[in-house]
Design a protein around this ligand. Structure first.
Ligand code: CMC
Length: 424
């Protein structure tokens, strides 16, 4: 099987097939419109591939997720976020020297320019940290314009290193505490926790349980092929926009509650259910009711139709982290019961709706002391290496064209302009 045939009216068009390394098959439609004058229409892109990519493989039917060929279960258990970032961006796991060099650069470039601290004064203290993160990441373009290949590699480091500082500073600003500067003796995750939770007047030691939990969470979020935010990054980057600008756009796309913003909504929903004291079935019934806009947040996925392997890892991790930290969170019990009720309900079973990565992640973040409105920022920190890897892959590929979908126009047909005086 090397080609597909599409008939439009009386005419047949033979189109080449593209086969991926895991035998996924796509019809190459690039020349189709030029040949036929007809476009493919697929709002939401459920049946449309936007690129060929060697970064991440997902088999949604079987719950498989691999970064550069490595199963997510292995990486989440054994790797560091720094090495996963390197592997996603450069294609292979780093050797010892490469990892040391990369990690040390990630530490050395953690400081943000002192002038950038003034930007925080311009935002209201109540600003959502995702708005702050996207603005601050976009503003990095003013300090570090792209010049050459070296500049690009260095800018990758700068972005990864500074994003965690920007995020932690946003939190400190929101609670009126002084900024805590990054420290060179700490790991990526340790540094972030220190900047979030240390205060100048007291010694703070990073808890290894929190550090390991954060490392795992960031790895689980690190890439997920052509999701909404990654596609945004690629689309913006396809116009050859600056890397920081493309990342800022990705952060905005992630913020939405149907995407990364779901982790915040899950906790808000669980609290709402807890406060109501009502039976869980009532909320499941509301989620099924097409006249009610209530949805079970943290449920369902465009690609996973069996289970989300990240959610499976997180559910286990949730029990472990809470028990290690000695936290007893009633929201965890509600979440588990809600999952049970939903997974035994015909509506959820027939639509193959399962808990996704956002369902249990918030409960771990809560136990770690991270406030709810920072959850999506945590997702963004984790997703950065994935966005960078896709941006880099796209820009290295000289055959990439600007992303420019077409449409089917449904507005009025041509009509005459009537001057305002004659319009009555
Ligand atoms: N609660 C109730 N019904 C749902 C839900 C849900 N969470 N998710 C999907 N459905 C129903 C939907 O109403 C539709 O029903 P019907 O066939 O009768 O019209 C059917 O399931 C298919 O849903 P869809 O909206 O067409 O699916 P999609 O692929 O366009 O959307 C989704 C995927 C994740 C946006 C959606 O499942 C959803 O809104 N989930 C809640 C938000 C959420 O948890 N988002 C995080 C996604 S994972 C993190 C990430 O990578 O972004």
């Amino acid at each position: 099987m090397t080609s597909a045939k599409i008939s439009v009216g009386e005419k047949d068009y033979e189109l080449p097939l593209v086969v991926g390394s895991e035998n996924e098959v796509g019809i190459d439609m690039t020349k189709f419109r030029a040949q036929s004058g007809v476009i493919s229409l697929d709002p939401g892109f459920g049946s449309t591939g936007s690129c060929q990519s060697a970064i991440t493989f997902i088999n949604g039917e079987e719950g498989v997720l691999r970064y550069r060929g490595y199963p997510i279960e292995d990486i989440a258990e054994n790797a560091s976020f720094a090495e996963v970032s390197y592997m996603l961006i450069y294609g292979n796991l780093p050797n010892k020297t490469q990892l040391e060099e990369f990690s040390s650069k990630l530490t050395q470039h953690s400081l943000i320019h002192e002038d950038m601290k003034k930007f925080y004064e311009g935002f209201p203290a109540s600003a959502h940290p995702m708005a702050v993160l996207s603005s601050m990441v976009g503003s990095l373009a003013t300090y570090y314009p792209e010049k050459d290949e070296d500049g690009f590699d260095l800018n990758i480091i700068r972005l990864l290193a500074k994003a965690k500082t920007i995020a932690a500073f946003a939190y400190k600003r929101s609670i009126g505490q002084p900024f805590i500067y990054p420290q060179n003796n700490l790991s990526y995750c340790g540094n972030f926790l220190n900047m979030m939770f240390a205060v100048p007047s007291e010694p703070y030691t990073v808890d290894p349980v929190l550090e390991a939990a954060l490392n795992k969470l960031l790895i689980l979020h690190a890439d997920h092929e052509q999701n909404c935010s990654t596609s945004t990054v690629r689309l913006v980057g396809s116009s050859h926009a600056n890397m920081f600008a493309s990342m800022a756009a990705g952060i905005c796309a992630l913020w939405g509650p149907l995407h990364g913003g779901a982790n915040q909504k899950v906790i808000e929903q669980l609290k709402y259910i807890q406060r109501s004291g009502e039976d869980l079935q009532k909320f499941v019934d509301r989620a099924k009711d097409k006249n009610d806009d209530f949805r079970l947040m943290g449920f369902g996925h465009r690609v996973y139709k069996n289970f989300d392997p990240r959610a499976r890892i997180l559910k286990k991790s949730c029990d472990q982290v809470l028990s290690k930290l000695g936290v007893d969170d009633p929201l965890l019990d509600i979440a588990k019961k809600l999952e049970e009720v939903a997974l035994n309900d015909e509506y959820f079973v027939s639509r193959r709706l399962y808990p996704n990565v956002d369902f249990y992640s918030g409960i771990i973040y809560r136990a770690m002391g991270i406030p709810t409105n920072m959850f999506t920022v945590m997702f963004a920190l984790g997703r950065l290496p994935g966005w960078i890897a896709h941006w880099y892959e796209m820009r290295q590929d000289t055959s990439t064209r600007i992303g420019r979908p077409r449409q089917i126009y449904t507005g009025p047909a041509a009509r005459d302009f009537v001057p305002v005086a004659k319009r009555g």
